[in-house]
Design a protein around this ligand. Structure first.
Ligand SMILES: [Zn+2]
Length: 265
């Protein structure tokens, strides 16, 4: 089975709008010698121009209260969320959005609706690419060798379900301010996404309900999850189980900050 057939078998179809989280290492383990270009060609061939391919190309260019910080630059700022996402945002036919902290690389239908000038003050909430995906039919999260600890959509769910810390920044201990910085200037941000490690609890919840279609090949385990499934189950789960979304005590300073402020007395 080649990579194209693998994606088809997983359920990917023409006209789907997909946001992709990936481990290229895992993809390589199942498809030795495959190039990033071959990955993109297969994806584009399947979803076509009536669908969309979206990679997060986050750079986290926040202003800091002390110490040095990076300044976002459209052409040169590298994606910090994986090899494929960095390769994809450099493609000639890809549009990169200008959010200094949470930029996205876009291809296909989505580019008729979202231009490079999409940089909402709520980078993963209202007005964001994630909101656009939520409003489309046929939107999916495609995970290629990753788990829910990389689920950007979880941050959208945090905001939509208004978990207690949805607009609280837990990154004080890293001197991070709720301000994005780019060569064009600074942008005050309404929400700063926090730690996402324990979104795997939500994954387990969906898994137990058999709501995540999966396909394995060697070390590569992938899943294709419909956004409506994430949204409908997520709003309820996040409202009722927000506490379980925090890392265990004393293992994560960001989650400890949130626990201290919103949970323990
Ligand atoms: Zn954490």
């Amino acid at each position: 089975m080649n990579f194209y057939d693998y994606l088809v078998k997983l359920g990917l179809q023409e006209g789907y709008n997909v946001i992709i989280h990936s481990s290229f290492k895992k993809i390589l383990s199942a498809f030795p010698g495959i190039t990033s270009n071959e990955v993109f060609t297969s994806l584009k061939k399947i979803v076509g121009l009536s669908g969309s391919i979206i990679f997060p190309a986050f750079t986290y260019c926040y202003k800091k209260s002390s110490g040095e910080y990076e300044i976002f630059n459209y052409a040169d700022s590298k994606s910090k969320v994986g090899f494929l996402s960095e390769e994809f945002r450099k493609e000639k036919d890809t549009v990169r959005t200008l959010s200094p902290t949470h930029s996205f690389a876009l291809w296909g239908k989505v580019t008729s609706f979202i231009s490079e000038f999409n940089f909402p003050e709520s980078p993963l909430g209202k007005g964001s690419v994630l909101e656009w995906l939520t409003k489309q039919e046929n939107s999916y999260v495609l995970m290629l060798g990753t788990d829910f600890s990389s689920l950007s959509y979880g941050h959208y769910l945090e905001i939509e379900s208004k978990v207690p810390w949805y607009d609280f920044s837990p990154w004080d201990y890293l001197n991070v301010l709720p301000i994005g910085v780019s060569v064009d200037g600074i942008q005050k941000l309404k929400e700063i996404p926090g730690c996402s490690k324990n979104f795997i609890k939500f994954e387990k919840f969906l898994d137990d309900k058999k709501l995540i279609p999966k396909l394995s090949k060697d070390l590569l385990q992938s899943s294709l999850i419909k956004i409506t499934v994430l949204y409908d189950n997520g709003i309820k789960f996040f409202k009722e189980n927000f506490e379980s979304l925090l890392c265990s005590e004393n293992t994560c300073p960001a989650c400890d900050q949130r626990r201290k402020k919103f949970i323990s007395c």
